[in-house]
Design a protein around this ligand. Sequence first.
Ligand code: SAM
Length: 262
Amino acid sequence: MIAERFVLAALLAELRVTLMPDAIFAEPKLAEIYDLFDRPNRPDLAPYLAIADEFKAHAVIDLGCGTGTLACSFAALGKEVVGIDPAAASLDVAQRKAYADRVRWVTGTAAQLEGLHADLITMTGNVAQVFMTDQEWVATLRACRRALRPNGRLVFEVRDPAREAWKGWNREQTYQTIEAPVIGMVETWVELVRVQLPLVSFRHIFVFQKDGRVMMSDSTLRFRSRSEIAETLSHARLPVESVRDAPDRPGLEFVFIARHEQ
Ligand SMILES: C[S@@+](CC[C@H](N)C(=O)[O-])C[C@H]1O[C@@H](n2cnc3c(N)ncnc32)[C@H](O)[C@@H]1O
């Protein structure tokens, strides 16, 4: 156990953990094409819109909003929306979307929740896995609790570590090409760099056909088990109300709904 903790601490030090978002979100040229590589119409986001209805949430904060698709969808439904993300380049893309003018965009992290009040806070696209240390993760959960109104909900998804998603993170299974306006054809794929559980490191590679430029983005995600997540939520005084499946990725994800009890 002590040896495992030592290895984890050494890995985190080696990764020089900072709050700097990965290049795929923070480099303007990569943020610009991010949505084109994602699934069209984002079927993963519809359940979050339904959850907002289910809990009659009006004021919503999307933490780690990225290029803002969900925040703009909430705004289109007439909700009061704040979108927060540390990657300014992703927020630049978000601000050009329909209904973006009805969203308050904030560059930052959970630290920027101070003084905000919401009925619902969402973290989609496995944002919850970017927090590598328990200290950073629990501080984020506590900041969410402070921003939630009584009976407000925090809703987020994480991959089930038992499903070992990283086994599919290789060139053969991830290779795709897209045609981006002005930028032209781009090839991309993912390569697994290291699995040292609970941390998994991988690299996105992008080849821009027009000028031959190659760009890379390195990421590390932390895989926490269902019980570890429940325990950290309880430390943050946001007990789990339910854990659901992600309808578009059955059996692969845990969607946690945590409630701010008075
Ligand atoms: C996979 S993207 C998901 C974006 C968006 N939620 C979606 O579903 O499209 C992960 C996002 O987490 C953001 N992020 C990274 N570190 C963060 C932090 N400490 N706090 C909040 N968001 C963070 C990244 O900048 C990136 O936009």
